[in-house]
Design a protein around this ligand. Sequence first.
Ligand code: ZN
Length: 489
Amino acid sequence: MPAYRGTNVSRKLEKATEEDKKQRKRKKKTKQTITRAVTPIGLFEANPGKLAALDQMMAVYLPLCQQYTTLFCTQEASPDKYTDLVFETDLSDRLHRVAIQQAAGIAKSWRTNRQAAYEAYLEDQADYAEAKAEAQGRKQPPKRKEPEWREWNLPELRVPVIQANANVVVVEKSEDSTFDYWLRISTLEKGNPLRVPVKLASYHKEVLKDRSLNTSTMLHKRNGVWWLTLSCDEDVPLQTEVSAPVVGVDVGIAHFITTSTNKEYGSFHGKMARQHKRDREKRRRKAKLRACLEKKGVPSEQLPSTSSTTGQRLGRFVRQEINRAVNEMLKEHPNARIIYEELNVASMRFKARAMNSYLSASNLAHIPEQLAWATAKRGMAAHTVKAAYSSQECPHCHFVDRANRPHQQTFCCIVCGYQEQADRKAARTLADRWGDTELVACRDKKAVKALLLKRHENWKQKNGLVVVQPAVQLGSWDLSPTSTDVAEC
Ligand SMILES: [Zn+2]
């Protein structure tokens, strides 16, 4: 009875995965696994012939990966790393699959980021329409500019990189003492993998000591040199107590970090902002010169580059400063449970825009990434919560409106009059949102706003205030001082 047996087996499998899930959940409570990437190791010991074979493989791999990336970004269905092989290639099926997986990863994050930006745009658009209608009602010209959507460019893979697994790149410990490892890399020549020796520097040895490598590796080529990145998993026991104090963290520009305990860490203002301004001016001058020379017919390979090394250096410096701010904050809150905002590229871009693009969104986005990493490393509990309207929500009466922020630095509720420094209030709101199951259930920002305004309605009823209009229309309320609501508060 093969059919019967079949169902039996599958049920058994189901049970096993349920049990697996439970076990994983139990484990999650006591420890977290973090993956640590080791600083890239230069493959200086390999002979030129071997590296040429690697180059040849990459010359086929990268275009294939690009084809799948473009496909995954433009097709309707979401990227599937198990999809059927679509394109023709000289690569082995294993390398082909690795290229698909890498492309799926790139496309997935590109699509998520683009979608978030598009939703932010739609929201901007709705806000704009509202403000415009309001201005027309008062017979005034609209103050704001209509938001514009610019379609995102598809990802272009420029740096030769392969994110490999054990199917195509195997790391073997070296038997003799000359080298530390041998890399076995699949190339175009089937059944004849490349063997490349790897020599570790002392700092690599220090990091890898007492740690075991995992099977994912990365190979990339930069400035004519091939680099290997190894990574290892590490289990860190969770130190945070169930009763630990909850600390909210707001991410910003005036201060990289503001906590609900009213402390600030790091800032982009001052020296860093000045340096950034100088760098931008320099790049602009270079671009002008380039355009001028181009007009005169100078061939493109002789034109000066517009990318700037000082810009790259500044980016590194900003990230270092962010890391320092995060470390300092965690040092001062060693027993806390950290609550921060979900990494949302659109809102990061919005925050960066508020600073005249002095700080690029990617730099700001480094803050939540670093928070996740630094807490995990210390065995501290950290959770993300939805950030939607966290800067506009009143912690007292839950009223949400842009008007609650009369200035960048101030929060002042136009209904109940609650007032606080804006970033500190945002940090407190994030902390309050942890464990808020109703909020977790909200599917988008619109749902978040509806929920918060429903809570505001409840607050009003509790406080004996008359509900003048149904909650749905709250957004279009006339909030001038003559409105009954404001008069009552
Ligand atoms: Zn209020």
